[in-house]
Design a binder for this molecule. Sequence first.
Ligand code: ADP
Length: 501
Amino acid sequence: MNTRSLSFRLVTWYAGLLTIVFVALGALTFLLVKHYIEANLLDTQARRAQQIADTLVAAVARTGEGTVAYEIEDLYSPEANDRFIRITREDGRIIYASSMPKDHSFDPATVPPASLTPTGRFSRKESLSAGDVLIAAQAHQVGPHRYLVEVGVSASRTEAILDDVLIMLAIGLPIAVLVAVSGGFILVRRALEPVDRIAAKAEEITQHNLSERLPVLKTGDELERLSVALNHMISRLEDAIQSSKRFVADASHELRTPLTVLRGELESLLGAGAAARAGAAADGGDVSRPETLGSMLEEVLRLNGIVEGLLALSRLDAGEAKSEWVRFDLAQLAATTADQMSLLAEDKSITVSCEAAPEVMVEGDRARLKQVIVNLLDNAIKYTPNGGKVRLQITRQDGYAVLDVVDDGVGIPTEALPHVFKRFFRVDDSRSREQGGAGLGLSIVKSICAAHGAQVEVSSVLGHGSRFRIRQPLVGEPTGILGASHLAPSGPPSGRYQGFT
Ligand code: ADP
């Protein structure tokens, strides 16, 4: 259980507050019930004392003190009714005192003598060894004498009732809290359930499916407002990303034509040896020498490369139609590409070998996948010193076509590995510039792989070489479950990196 989750925290607060409120209410109820029962009992005793005082004690002058005891026994039978009655004269002489009640709840003999000074009605609670006794007293003046009539009853019965109330509260309160908390938990879970759905959908949305939206529940609450606001934000992001993609695509497209013209012009100038005419056109710059023209052409070619790369990336970002997709043998494509590229490698005396398993059928855009192999081989040749070796291997593994481009070149430093698939990233600016790279080759590889559901990873050891691996699902074969330790998806900025020797 996630103790930091909103539902857990809400329910904990709710349970805590509810327990405090219920306990306070229970304690208040208990005290009120106790007060009410005791007051009621004392009131009954007081009325009885008043009755005795008004009838029996008032007649003492006429009937004599001796007959009072007899009449009380006769009319009230205190022992049989588990009651205590005592009549005391002001000089302390006890006219009558009841004996042990039938239920033996207390011993009347142990009830301390009452104070005879107060007048009128008063009550008290005596704590005896056998238990508490609630006593109501009534003073009555008869001629020269004042008598105090005390009527009491054991508090054990009220205590039994209060014990029952206490047990009821002790059982009832936790049950009430439990029921309320469970109900609260279900309500909170239900109320927050859309948050999980919104979060799951938000996780799925990337720049490739920005047209999708978060679920909006028509509940009229804050969550509806939140999902509507987030959807508006996604719309604005989609617009911004679309317009920036359009801008890159349009800009690269527009740059392409003048660059091609420039390139053609420079080539013809160089070819015809028209250095003087070029010098005049170059606004005072010294382009009169053929090497200057050559360097200009080199820069134009580099610019051309960047523009072509940007155009390819913007098209891939926009999501190319699958109409170009065909089923073909990747091994065969790799073999012919390696063959063509070996001409380039010959200049550096690098041997390019290709080991391909037969019939490695995949589905995709043949030209684009060829571009992947070309880019990887081109890099391998570029970053391998003269006389080195480049190997291309195509195998089948667990339902995947696995293409490895391995070289024994300069390698890539570990700290640069996570960035090599980023746009315009170059490990070493001067090194790449010399080779003519703009840092777009591998990002094109990654984008093409992503469009084909393939994964790309790199491992390298500086000074020893690099291995680039592409895993693409084979056609018509179920793919095996990939262990997380083998591959990383090509979607995120970088592949999986590991050193190898
Ligand atoms: P570039 O056009 O500069 O080669 P890439 O995107 O193809 O750009 O590669 C990015 C960087 O990764 C390169 O600048 C280079 O430093 C490094 N790199 C790529 N492939 C290799 C390789 N096979 N060996 C060593 N370094 C490599």
